[in-house]
Design a protein around this ligand. Sequence first.
Ligand SMILES: Cc1ncc(COP(=O)(O)O)c(C=O)c1O
Length: 319
Amino acid sequence: MPKSLIQLQKQLQSLISPSPLQVINHPLFVEKNLTVSVKRDDLLHPHISGNKWRKLKFNLIEARKHGINHILSFGGAYSNHIHALAAAGHHFGFKTSAIIRGEPHYANNPTLKQAKKWGMQLHFVSRKEYRKRHEAEYLQALQDSYSDAFIVPEGGSNAFAIPGVSELCSELKVQCNKRIDHVVTATGSGGTLAGLIAGFSNDQQAVTTKITGIAVLKQADYLVEEVNNLLQQANIKEPTHWQLQTQFHGGGYAKVSPLLSEFCLQFEQQTQIPVEPIYTGKMFYALFELIKQDYFSTGDNIIALHTGGLQGLQGLASR
Ligand SMILES: Cc1ncc(COP(=O)(O)O)c(C=O)c1O
């Protein structure tokens, strides 16, 4: 094994320890006889937090295995993934580049300003060009232009994201002293949901755990196929222990209604757990609605995944 890879694996091991699991209380949980805990992946690392960390870990290892020291990815102007990738590059000695949807003036927003400080090269493209980000021809042209780069898709959701998110499931199985009936997560590009499904597919003991993704964007049914594709790549055969809830988009990606804002404020006051309204706030709102609708069975032990993304709050304030 190359020395630089061994060094990276050591760094990865020493920097980040399992995130805490925190039980939260609410009269609704008592009424419905449910236990709800939050897997605090927002506490994994000050900058490479949440599911971004989980999804990037094995991408970094894979790149280094091949002696590649440059990671290129895609994102919106306030992307948590881009912010985390820039931080990871800075920490672990990778050059980073990003194809950003939108105009160059976005480089002055808090997310991209910080990414640049960490050494990331930003390339702004039109929305029309950005739409090509999954097309083989476009990706090949990009690879030709950035011949030394390891290309990671938007959101970090590829086959290498799966083992990273699955590690979280192994942590949960050790941390939980009773059966886990349900895991709930916010869903954007689908890698986190796929990783959770894979992580709870592996052994007989946990096969009863159901996974629910809360889609944060409108018309998200296409994500079912995306998640299935990722699972296929991970050799997980047609799992049925999962669902994608698509009715909680609240008007679309990054749309924040007064109701959602108020919910986030109250949630923070009651639990002391910080959330932002684009992913985690929407997910917790949906969780409460699903509980009211008796989506869960009495006695269920539910884990809600805090996927981080709190850096986005600064961007939201500046918009
Ligand atoms: C804070 C946060 N939560 C959830 C998600 C959704 O995860 P995924 O894109 O893997 O579905 C994202 C996007 O990566 C995110 O930034």
